[in-house]
Design a protein around this ligand. Structure first.
Ligand code: PXG
Length: 463
């Protein structure tokens, strides 16, 4: 079959996630056939540097035979068995042990799920259950942040703060509120204010929301250490310490969503370690298996775990694939390889700082209003060079830049006019250089297109 044959079948039968079905049917999908290291290959023979590690998950890179072997062996040994009804199997038990060794000291338990969304559904049920067991059944509100992404199930969407998602398929789960996110660039970086003052303001907004809802009604605050899908938003240094203070003051659980930041992305095993947080619950997924098989979970701190265990009786919650043996075996091997190869420390000590210096240099490009990164996550804010402000949204600057990146052999994602990278953690310095060179070329091409009067005229007449 050729590319076109796949595209015809694809548009006839496959409803893609997060996709305008009709326009994709007209355009045709890019068909990815294979991958190795940090490169993916499409069905037209193009080799493309995957600056997104799939969807923020292929931390060890593609083509790792050890992960394939771990899956194959486990498939032969025990392809499936569940953990309901008082059973377990070796890979899931060993994975649980390994995870709590890597997690902060107060976390000693894990509940497995099939994905990050299911992990956040589990979180919602667990925090409300915890407070009910504590004799505080009114503590039900969960506070999240505007523009947060916590998944696509009904609880995931409700916890998330994405307005376009909220607008479809409602009503949402009740008693979830959202407060402003610490996105300094979007605030316009007002003159006279420094980012740390802004970070404290965002924490104060959380406190105000708690007081508005009544502290006796608030169960938990959920947030990512660095917001991923929302736009790779790295909070000011003052933000997390101030948030911690607020939560302690009112006895509210902290849920740190580690689905993207976990397993080395920020140069530590968990984003919570980077920011010195002590979460009560940590949803995980993605990098747990480097995306080779679907697996997620919730790391549960002692405070919540002991209450559920000692006072809870049966917790009526779980999935057919909770702790699936093959997924668990692959995750276990993935953690072993990340450790044996010193991947996480290399992100912290070498690759992260190297990327930071090369990435920051893109800020001199006329199209870039801000370049920021932490570990191996980075963002570029696109602005109109004439004004230094955002382009009119109808121009689709970010989507254009993303398409030009693809055409130039680089996957870089766009969230509005924010360009994002999150490459495999095994990327080399040379490959980072290649990523930067391709990004710069795409920025040049985007600028040329956006400022070419003939093209602009065509776009205007089309709209
Ligand atoms: N929490 C966070 C922080 C995530 O990034 C989820 C939960 C949900 O995980 P699952 O495994 O159910 O997808 C995610 C997922 C994007 C994009 O466009 C990001 C995610 C998923 C799909 C698209 O950046 N993150």
């Amino acid at each position: 079959m050729q590319t076109h044959d796949y595209q015809v079948l694809d548009s006839a039968h496959y409803l893609h996630p997060f996709t305008d079905f009709k326009s994709l049917g007209e355009e045709g999908s890019r068909i990815i056939e294979r991958a190795e290291g940090v490169y993916i290959h499409d069905s037209d023979g193009n080799r493309i540097l995957d600056g997104m590690a799939g969807l923020w998950c292929v931390n060890l890179g593609y083509g790792r035979d050890e992960l394939v072997a771990a899956a194959t062996e486990q498939m032969h040994q025990l392809p499936y068995y569940n953990s309901f009804f008082k059973t377990a199997h070796p890979p899931v038990v060993r994975l649980a042990e390994q995870l709590v060794k890597l997690a902060p000291a107060h976390i000693n338990r894990v509940f497995f799920t099939g994905s990050g969304s299911e992990a956040n559904d589990t979180v919602l049920r667990m925090v409300r259950r915890y407070w009910a067991l504590k004799g505080r059944p009114d503590k039900q509100w969960v506070i999240s942040r505007e523009n947060a992404y916590h998944g696509s199930t009904v609880a995931g969407v409700s916890l998330g703060g994405m307005a376009p998602m909220h607008a479809q398929g409602g009503p949402l789960v009740p008693k979830i509120a959202h407060v402003r996110q610490p996105w300094w660039f979007m605030e316009g970086r007002p003159e006279g204010q420094d980012p740390d003052a802004f970070g404290r303001e965002c924490a104060a907004a959380l406190e105000a929301k708690i007081l508005e809802l009544g502290e006796e009604n608030v169960a938990a605050f959920i947030a990512e250490p660095v917001q991923g899908a929302g736009g790779a938003i790295i909070p000011p240094e003052s933000y997390w310490p101030a948030v911690k203070d607020v939560l302690e003051k009112y006895d509210i659980l902290l849920v740190v969503d580690e689905v993207i930041c976990g397993f080395g992305r920020l140069g530590e095993w968990f984003g919570s370690v980077h920011y010195d947080l002590e979460p009560d619950l940590m949803p995980i997924a993605k990098g747990l298996s480097s995306g080779y098989l679907p697996i997620g979970g919730v790391l549960v701190g002692d405070r919540v775990a002991e209450t559920l265990i000692e006072e809870g009786g049966e917790f009526f919650h779980g999935f057919t694939y909770s702790g699936h043996p093959v997924c668990a075996a692959v995750a276990l091997k993935n953690l072993e390889l990340l450790q044996a190869e010193g991947v996480v420390a290399r992100v912290r000590d070498d690759l992260g700082p190297y990327l930071a210096s090369r990435w920051k240099a893109l800020e001199v490009h006329p199209l870039v209003g801000e370049a920021r990164s932490l570990g191996l996550i980075g963002a570029l804010e696109l602005v109109d060079p004439a004004s230094g402000e955002r382009f009119d949204a109808s121009l689709g600057a970010g989507a254009l830049c993303r398409d030009l990146c693809f055409a130039g052999g680089l996957v870089m994602r766009s969230v509005g006019d924010t360009m994002i990278i999150s490459p495999p953690l095994v990327i080399t310095r040379d490959e980072i250089d290649e990523l930067i060179a391709k990004a710069r070329r795409a920025l040049d091409d985007t600028l040329a297109r956006l400022t070419d009067p003939i093209i602009l005229q065509q776009q205007e007449s089309l709209s």
